[in-house]
Design a protein around this ligand. Structure first.
Ligand code: ZN
Length: 617
C-alpha cells in the first residue's frame, strides 16, 4: 500500500505500517458487517478523510480496516492521514507539492494554508524533506485538535521522523550544497545520510574541503573562481562582496591554495552564525600544504618564480620550496638557484645583463652600481658560473635584511665546524698539478687557497676559474715572485696591485689576502702591501724534498685545528700527497676551508699589513 521509499535507516522501520499491512492482508474478513450500519463519528471521520484527500468514498473493507485500527488504538487521526498520503491511490493522483499541502491543510485544519507556511514547506519538499514533517507539524496545531474533537477521535502525531524531517532547515542546506556543488538535488537517502552526518556533529568547513577535492566535484571542471563563489553562497549564505572576491583572488595569485581561501571564508562570522542557526558545527579548515603556512614566504617565492621563469609555479613546486626553506632557512639561496636553473629561466635570462639586473632588482629592489655589474660580467665572461656569481651577490648582508621583510630568517649563523684547516698552495697555477689538486678537493666540497703570481694568471686562467667555481680562494703572491723586503715601498705596491688587477680581470674579484715570497716581510712591506699577510704554521717543505710521503707525514703528524699549511702546486709529488692528505683530513673530522673562511669561522678580523701564521684557537 505504500510506494514511499523508506531510506536506509534502521530507526525508521515503520512499526505501525507493518502492523496495518498485515491486518489488511489477514484481518479484513474479521471486520464486523454491523460497523457500517452503526456509522458513528469515527466512520464519519474515515469518510471525510477519504473524500477530502482521495476524492472518493472508502471501498469495501477499507471502512472496516481503518475503523478497527482506530478503535483499537493502533493508529490515530494523524497516523491515518499520513498513511493515506503514502497510499497508491494518493500517489496516483500526482498532486503537485502545492496541491498536496493545500489538501492536507484543508483536511487537517479545515482552513487554507498561510502563504509564508506554504513557501517554507515547499522549500523543504524541494530539498527532499518528506511530507511527514508537514503532517507532524500540523498534527500539533489547535486547529487539527479541534477537527479531531469534532469527530471524537485521537489526533495523535507522526512519530519516527527521518533525519531530514527532524531538521528540515539542515536538509534545505544540504539540498543547496548538492545543487551548487554537484548540479543536482540529493536523493532521499543522501539527504538523510548527510543530515544525520551533520546532526552527529561532523564539522562543516572540513566537509566542504573534502567536497572540493572529491572526484565528483573536480570532474566537473569548475574554475577556482566559481568554486569560491559557490563556497561563499553555501558557507556565508550570501554572495561574496567584490572586496572579498578581490582578496581571495589576491591570495591565490600569490600562490596560496584553495584551502587557504576556504579557511578565510570559514573564519567569516556569517559562516558561524549560519551554522549556529542550523545547529551544526562549523569546524576549521586544516591547512596541510606547506605553502599555506607562511603567506609572506609563499607570496615572495611565487613572485620570484614568476619573475625568473615567466610563469607561476605549480602548487607542488611551491610546497617543495616552502618546505625546504622552512626546515633550513639558509637553503633559500639554493632554492633561488633552482629557480634560476629552470629551462624557462635560462631562456628568459639568457643574457648576462638580464640575469644580473633581474637578480639585483628582485632581491634588492635597485639597480646595482655599474662597478658591481662590470665585475660580475668579467667573471661570467671568463667562465665563472652564474651559481658562483649568485652566491656572491646573495652573500651581501642586504639580502638577509631584505628577506627578513618576508619573514625569512636567512641570517643563520654558519655552523662552525669542529676542526678546520686551510691548505694553501704557492707559486702556481700549473695545470698538471693544480688540476689534480682540484680533482682531489672536489668530491668533498673541500676548499683551499691558491697564492698565485701575477705573471702566470692569464696562462693558467682555466685553473683559476675552476678553483673559483669550486669556492676556492685566489690569493696574491706578487707579480713575479719577488722577495718584497728587497724592494722599495712603491715597488711593493706595484707588485701587489698589478697582480690584483690581473686576477680581477679574470675572476671579477680582487684578492683579499696575500702571501709574501719566502715569508719575508718588514715594516716597508707591511706599510705598502695593502692586504693581510698570510704565513703558515706547517711547512711541508714539498719543494725541497719532492717526496709525497714526506709531505703526507708533515701534514698528518702535525695538523691542528686552525692550522695554515704551506705547499706548492708546482710538483707532481705534491699533487700525489694531496690525494692522500685530503681524504685523511676529512676522515679525521677536518673541514678544509679557505683563508677567508678560516678567519670568518675563527672570528678573526684580518688587518692589512699584519702577518697571520695560523688561527689556532
Ligand atoms: Zn713562493
Amino acid at each position: 500500500m505504500s510506494s514511499h521509499k523508506h531510506g536506509i535507516f534502521g530507526y525508521i522501520i515503520r512499526t505501525i505500517g507493518v502492523i496495518l499491512t498485515v491486518s489488511v492482508l489477514a484481518g479484513t474478513c474479521l471486520v464486523p458487517s454491523r460497523v457500517r450500519a452503526q456509522k458513528d463519528l469515527t466512520v464519519d471521520f474515515i469518510e471525510y478523510t477519504f473524500q477530502t484527500l482521495l476524492g472518493k468514498e472508502p471501498e469495501g473493507e477499507q471502512y472496516g480496516f481503518w475503523y478497527r485500527n482506530i478503535k483499537d488504538g493502533n493508529t490515530t487521526a494523524a497516523g491515518m492521514i499520513e498513511m493515506l498520503t503514502e497510499s497508491e491511490e494518493f500517489v496516483e493522483k500526482e498532486y503537485s507539492p502545492e496541491q498536496t499541502l493545500a489538501l492536507l491543510t484543508k483536511t487537517m485544519t479545515g482552513k487554507e494554508l498561510a502563504e509564508a507556511e506554504k513557501e517554507r514547506y515547499l522549500s523543504y519538499m524541494e530539498s527532499g524533506v518528506s511530507l511527514r514533517r508537514f503532517i507532524s507539524d500540523v498534527s500539533k496545531t489547535p486547529d487539527f485538535a479541534s477537527v479531531c474533537a469534532q469527530y471524537n477521535i485521537n489526533p495523535g502525531s507522526v512519530e519516527d521522523l527521518e533525519p531530514r524531517d527532524l531538521n528540515p532547515e539542515l536538509a534545505v542546506f544540504i539540498g543547496e550544497i548538492f545543487t551548487e556543488m554537484y548540479g543536482r538535488t540529493p536523493s532521499a537517502k543522501e539527504s538523510n545520510v548527510w543530515t544525520q552526518y551533520f546532526r552527529e556533529g561532523k564539522q562543516v568547513a572540513p566537509t566542504f574541503q573534502q567536497i572540493v577535492v572529491s572526484s565528483d566535484y573536480s570532474s566537473r571542471g569548475v574554475s577556482d573562481d566559481q568554486t569560491i563563489t559557490s563556497l561563499c553562497h553555501l558557507m556565508l549564505g550570501r554572495d561574496a562582496t567584490s572586496e572579498e572576491m578581490g582578496k581571495y583572488h589576491e591570495v591565490m595569485e600569490n600562490g596560496m591554495s584553495l584551502d587557504y581561501v576556504e579557511q578565510m571564508i570559514a573564519s567569516d562570522p556569517s559562516f558561524h552564525s549560519r551554522c549556529a542557526e542550523l545547529g551544526i558545527v562549523p569546524g576549521e579548515v586544516a591547512l596541510t600544504q606547506p605553502r599555506d603556512t607562511n603567506y609572506e614566504m609563499t607570496s615572495f617565492l611565487n613572485r620570484l618564480y614568476s619573475r625568473l621563469s615567466g610563469k607561476a609555479p605549480a602548487g607542488e613546486e611551491l610546497n617543495d620550496f616552502v618546505l625546504r626553506i622552512s626546515e633550513y632557512p639558509s637553503s633559500l639561496r639554493s632554492v633561488i638557484w633552482d629557480m634560476l636553473s629552470t629551462p624557462e629561466s635560462r631562456e628568459i635570462l639568457a643574457a648576462d645583463d638580464d640575469f644580473l639586473n633581474t637578480v639585483f632588482e628582485v632581491f634588492y629592489g635597485y639597480q646595482p652600481e655599474q662597478e658591481k655589474i662590470t665585475s660580475y660580467k668579467i667573471a661570467l665572461s671568463h667562465g665563472v658560473t652564474r651559481e658562483r656569481v649568485l652566491t656572491s651577490i646573495l652573500n651581501d648582508p642586504a639580502f638577509d635584511a631584505k628577506m627578513s621583510e618576508y619573514g625569512l630568517d636567512t641570517h643563520v649563523e654558519k655552523e662552525v665546524p669542529k676542526k678546520i684547516v686551510a691548505l694553501t698552495f704557492d707559486d702556481g697555477p700549473y695545470t698538471d698539478v693544480t688540476m689534480r689538486i682540484l680533482d682531489a678537493l672536489e668530491p668533498y666540497g673541500a676548499h683551499a687557497t691558491f697564492f698565485v703570481t701575477g705573471d702566470r694568471v692569464v696562462r693558467y686562467k682555466d685553473c683559476i676559474i675552476r678553483a673559483t667555481n669550486m669556492g676556492c680562494e685566489v690569493g696574491n703572491h706578487t707579480w713575479n715572485h719577488t722577495t718584497l723586503t728587497k724592494i722599495s715601498g712603491d715597488a711593493v705596491h706595484k707588485q701587489i696591485w698589478d697582480t690584483c688587477d690581473i686576477i680581477y680581470s679574470i675572476t671579477g674579484t680582487y684578492p683579499k689576502v696575500m702571501r709574501p715570497v719566502g715569508g719575508s716581510y718588514n715594516t716597508t712591506v707591511s706599510e705598502n702591501v695593502g692586504l693581510p699577510m698570510i704565513l703558515w704554521s706547517i711547512d711541508t717543505n714539498d719543494w725541497k724534498y719532492r717526496d709525497s710521503q714526506h709531505v703526507i707525514d708533515e701534514v698528518l703528524n702535525n695538523v691542528r685545528d686552525g692550522d695554515i699549511i704551506l705547499m706548492h702546486d708546482l710538483y707532481e709529488t705534491t699533487a700525489t700527497a694531496v690525494e692522500t692528505i685530503v681524504p685523511a683530513l676529512i676522515d679525521s673530522g677536518y673541514t678544509l676551508v679557505t683563508i677567508s673562511e678560516l678567519a670568518e669561522y675563527k672570528k678573526v678580523q684580518m688587518e692589512n699589513g699584519k702577518p697571520y701564521f695560523s688561527m689556532r684557537g
